[in-house]
Design a binder for this molecule. Structure first.
Ligand code: 0A1
Ligand code: ZN
Length: 879
């Protein structure tokens, strides 16, 4: 019997949470694997909550039910009902055993949720993706994270076609079967929720390493990939080992199985997945080699490997009670991953990267119709809530808690959290309680952060009393929304500078600070004064150092004050931040045609930093980069993305003029003399600044910059330099661009990840020509809507990474997106829904574009049969 998928758009509410009426104590799964059809027998030992009198109801979607038995007896059709997305069974008791057999169709599964085929029918392999609700596409189950069960899994398959058989847990035997088939069994000693189940079967190669945990457990680390990719797994193996050691040292967390598998696939909806003992990675987050991977991508691989590994404790050993608590594992794990990356690389650069991402991805989300709290109160489709808010803002909230407790206090709190909740499904309240209890403090005021959407604004005003030598800092907070909201606790890390750029010792009543020049004040009310004594002359405050809270700071600095901080702040992040604020003001000078005081101050400050040998090359590259187009748009009301692009170009041109073609040229040549492909910080920094110098030079002398770029393209020792050169040529519409593109297309014809970059670079052609190029590229033999990475590379780069190209005034960009979404949605609803979020913010466009966008979205919404995923996004966006 086939059940039709039910496209219910009913809302699931946090306030409706009930403990499960039925649990599954043990699960035995027995798979007969095949590409077109796989069959699965499941044996569930059921436990009933005696306080609830509910009939047995299990989740199940798109399952072809072959047989069903309860306590050893086949059930007649009258004893169960399978309709829509659930199976109801009569007569089940506490301790009953339910046995079902179902047939699955992996090769026909284009949604990449449940059991599916990666790659071709002939050469590809089978794998599963279960978070959040994929397990119900595999078998009937209580598919919710607060049901934790012990799994034994047996896989059977043809040995020649599926030589490698993997599932989570420890190996528990394997052997031959008749007819060229074989089997392997896995037992996971740790009870787990169904979303952490995984299997992989096919032709895969591996690299291995032995690892001994701090507690003395011998673990085999195995990374698996298809034959053509296995040589690109060594960097991930090193990153994995670093992550494991770091988690032992930083959090005292050890790995807890005998084997740890990691598998790379080219067909994956997200970045990677932390399945217990069997992590599965989108190849773009795992594979790396100098010829096809940029420096930024290397760091990303390291971060994602760490993220998935860290989930073994923050997510797997302690999981979420329900999906509203998603940030409990995601925000926490992103924070842990960020701390790890900061330790492995440069901490200030990492902070700049993270805050840039927050502003580019999360602030716009929080400012538009898709805004939701870090802990949403309701959803229709949970897959739509793997958002920048849950991940990135969630990490910022953990960072504030960690800051409030201090290094040792936070570690104490985390120890308490793991100890109390190990093996359990927890809530954000449990998290705050553990952190607070271990430190004798009440952190519940922070819950307010989890419950409200929107980016708070923090306004700061300083007043100096020359007679009393007092400096009063008035801080106030404001969030758009219901007036009755309680104030949030906002930690503001600050320092005071003299006009000579020296830090002042701080004297604030009742506050002690470890460092005499820096302290954290906590704003807990709507408005508060902080009075500093012994301040002889009016200081320049450096506020929110290290971005101590995820807010928008409003402070009336003069351009000279920002320039002072840009020149002297010792906090690398705040130095950059002062530069960003100043650049935004310089941008406004150009936009509004007002006095060029900020523009002048920005250019002068950067010109002197450009000649300052004590500044790290990578930081300098970041300082020389103004806020991106998306961030600049956030400051406007009637957004014209093409004008923003042009103004930002003008702004950079002014900077380039101030630095001068000769100086840029010299700096470029000096950096180009280093040709190492090493990944050490210095080499990466040089490549970054070299790229920036070339981009700025292009704005002054495009023929010369294109000549240098073409030469750099040809002689590049690695992908960072090659892609940087290609980007300059393509964006600059250089005559050398087509030869370089042709060369690249051929060179990487068999390297999907490198080819993705070829699509993305062209999709980001500025302005009107981008759309034509996208249409052309869609006809390339390598383009397909079936592969999420390829869709992301072409359509994603166009609609999200290219505002001036996508937001055409004739609305053609919007119509293209709407049209492609209807096709994509029939193949892969998750990917379609994510792409559709590019419509977010259309209400703030200038009137012509606004109307064109609205018309395209309304037309899209009229389509019949859209998925629940896409329906929810369109519905919210139109609101
Ligand atoms: N938990 C993963 C993210 C993830 C979520 C959903 C997926 O399939 C729809 C896949 C991965 C992480 O945070 O890494
Ligand atoms: Zn995660």
């Amino acid at each position: 019997m086939h059940a039709l998928p039910e496209q219910s758009t009913a809302l699931i509410r946090l306030s409706d949470y009930r403990a499960p009426a039925w649990r599954v104590e043990t699960v035995e799964l027995d798979f007969d694997l095949g590409i077109d059809a796989s069959e699965l027998s499941a044996r569930l030992l059921l436990r009933r909550d005696p306080s609830q009198n509910a009939p047995l109801r299990l989740d199940g979607e798109n399952l072809q039910l072959l047989s069903i038995a309860l306590d050893g007896r086949q059930l007649p059709a009258t004893a169960y009902r399978y309709a829509g997305n659930g199976l109801e069974v009569d007569g089940a008791r506490d301790g009953s055993v339910l046995e079902t057999r179902v047939r699955l169709r992996p090769a026909a599964n284009t949604a990449l949720e449940g059991l599916y085929l990666s790659g071709s029918r002939e050469a590809g392999f089978l794998l599963t993706q279960c978070e959040a609700e994929g397990f119900r596409h595999i078998t009937f189950f209580t598919d919710r994270p607060d049901v934790q069960s012990r799994y034994s899994v047996t896989l059977r398959a043809d040995r020649a076609r599926f030589p490698v058989l993997l599932a989570g847990g420890n190996p528990d035997g394997s052997g031959e079967l008749e007819g060229g088939r074989h089997w392997a069994r896995f037992v996971d000693p740790h009870p787990k929720p169904s979303y952490l189940f995984a299997l992989v079967a096919g032709r895969l190669e591996k690299i291995e390493r032995d690892y001994v945990t701090a507690e003395g457990r011998a673990v085999q680390l195995k990374i698996w990939a298809e034959a053509d990719a296995i040589d690109r797994c060594h960097y991930a193996m090193d990153a994995l080992e670093r992550s494991m050691r770091w988690d032992e040292q930083a959090y005292g967390r050890n790995y807890d199985l005998d084997v740890f598998h990691v598998v790379a696939t080219h067909d994956f909806n997200m970045g990677a997945m932390e399945n217990k003992g069997l992590n599965i990675f989108n190849a773009k987050c795992l594979l790396a080699d100098p010829d096809s991977t940029t420096d930024d991508e290397y760091r990303h691989v390291e971060a994602v490997v760490a993220h998935e590994y860290f989930h073994n404790w923050s997510g797997n050993r302690v999981t979420c009670r329900d999906w509203f608590q998603l940030s409990l594992k995601e925000g926490l794990t992103v924070f842990r991953e960020q701390s790890f990356s900061a330790d492995m690389n440069s901490a200030p650069l990492k902070r700049i990267e993270d805050v840039s991402l927050l502003r580019r991805a999360q602030f716009p989300e929080d400012a538009g119709p898709l805004a939701h709290p870090v802990r949403p109160a309701q959803y229709s489709e949970i897959n739509n809530f793997y958002t920048a808010t849950v991940y990135e803002k969630g990490a910022e909230l953990v960072r504030m808690l960690a800051g409030a407790l201090g290094k040792n206090g936070f570690r104490r709190g985390m120890d308490r959290y793991f100890e109390r909740n190990d093996g359990r499904a927890a809530t954000l309240e449990n998290f705050l309680a553990a952190l607070g209890d271990a430190n004798g403090t009440d952190l519940t005021p922070y819950l307010a952060w989890y419950g409200q959407a929107g980016t708070p604004r923090l306004s700061a005003r300083g007043r100096h009393d020359a007679a009393r030598h007092e400096y009063t800092l008035t801080l106030a907070q404001h969030v758009a929304g219901p007036e009755s909201r309680p104030p949030l606790p906002i930690p503001v890390k600050l320092a005071l500078f003299t006009h000579h750029g020296d830090m002042l010792p701080l004297h604030l009543d009742g506050q002690t600070s470890k460092s005499p020049n820096e302290l954290v004040v906590a704003l807990t009310q709507a408005e508060q004064d902080f009075v500093f004594t012994d301040v002889v002359t009016a200081p320049v405050p450096s506020l929110l150092r290290g971005f101590s809270a995820p807010v928008i700071l409003e402070c009336e600095y003069t351009p000279d004050e920002l320039a002072l901080l840009l020149a002297h702040d010792v906090d690398g992040f705040n130095r950059w931040e002062a530069g960003q604020q100043l650049a935004a003001r310089a941008y406004e000078n150009l936009r509004d045609d007002t006095s060029a005081d900020a523009l002048h101050a920005w250019c002068e400050a950067l010109a002197s930093l450009f000649d300052n040998p004590s500044i790290d090359d990578a930081l300098l590259a970041d300082l020389l980069t103004p806020p991106g187009e998306v961030e600049l748009a956030e400051r406007e009301t009637a957004i014209d993305p093409q004008r923003i692009h042009q103004l930002r170009q003008d702004l950079q041109q002014r900077l380039a003029e101030r630095l001068g073609a000769d100086a840029l040229h010299r700096r470029y040549q000096a950096l180009a003399a280093h040709t190492s492909i090493e990944l050490d910080a210095l080499s990466q920094a040089r490549r970054r600044l070299k790229r920036r110098a070339l981009e700025l030079l292009y704005l002054l002398d495009s023929p010369e910059a294109c000549r240098l770029a073409a030469a750099q393209y040809r002689s590049a020792p690695g992908m960072t330099d090659r892609l940087a050169a290609l980007t300059v040529l393509v964006r600059g519409n250089a005559t050398q661009a087509s030869a370089a593109l042709l060369d690249y297309r051929e060179r990487y014809a068999d390297n999907a990840l490198a080819l993705d970059k070829w699509f993305a670079v062209q999709a980001q052609l500025p302005g009107e020509p981008a759309l034509e190029r996208v249409l052309l590229l869609e006809r390339d033999a390598a383009f397909t809507l079936k592969n999420p990475n390829r869709v992301q590379a072409l359509l994603g780069a166009f609609v999200r990474g290219n505002p001036s190209g996508f937001h055409r005034i004739d609305g053609a960009g919007y119509r293209l997106l709407a049209e492609r979404l209807t096709k994509l949605d029939t193949l892969n609803p998750q990917v379609a829904a994510r792409l559709a979020t590019a419509f977010n913010g259309w209400q703030r466009l200038e009137p012509l574009r606004r109307e064109a966008a609205r018309a395209a979205i309304v037309e899209l919404a009229r389509h019949d049969g859209l998925s629940r995923n896409l329906t929810e996004i369109i519905g919210s966006v139109l609101n």
